[in-house]
Design a binder for this molecule. Sequence first.
Ligand code: C5P
Length: 232
Amino acid sequence: MNHDVIIALDFPSAKDVYAFLDNFKDEKPFVKIGMELFYAEGPEIVRQIKARGHKIFLDLKLHDIPNTVKSAMKVLSRLDVDMTNLHAAGTIEMMKAAVEGLTREDGTRPLLLAVTQLTSTSEERMQKELLINETMPKTVQKYAQNAQEAGLDGVVCSPLEAALVKEACGADFATVTPGIRFADGDVGDQVRVMTPERARVGGSDYIVVGRPITRAEDPVAAYRRCMKEFVG
Ligand code: C5P
């Protein structure tokens, strides 16, 4: 299994993104493009960042009827990203349709991950509002197993849940985890956080890191520190 640090490019415009990426001269970090940037700049931002030589996780979290998701994934497959995702709540049928849509004519496709339960959803709200009468760990494990049955490559989850996912789905099923902070860093609005080193021990394969790198005084040094602590 690969291990890598993915920088969350949570910037409002292409201009801000390029100014940030221009800091990196010697390395080409794996980056995550989310809804804010994609909706603001459109698919062109993906092509431009790809042309600069970065691997891309396109974090659009698709969730719709199977046919619509399949068609949308087909469009995304042409963008040549390395990783993308959807909500496991769309059912196994939707996830299978997504795999079909994302697979290119030559049989290749980006890694496809499922969001199990968002880390912003508490167990209490999940039970009271979504009427899921299970614990959070059991729900996350079941959604991960559904994703695996549908042919997906892994899940996006809390670093605190990575070990549970590996237990349910095996070591080869990828875990991508946000909510990462340096031991001496600012937590910000994240509640349950882990250091890069602990995330690695806990079973994370990829960590998604935003502000600890993007808001650092020296982003390149912060990225290198993250790589050193997580990848070694
Ligand atoms: O700045 P920070 O390191 O908190 O950024 C984390 C990134 O991961 C953001 O892009 C955020 O939207 C994303 N994310 C998250 N928690 C999730 C899913 C995605 O923090 N459950």
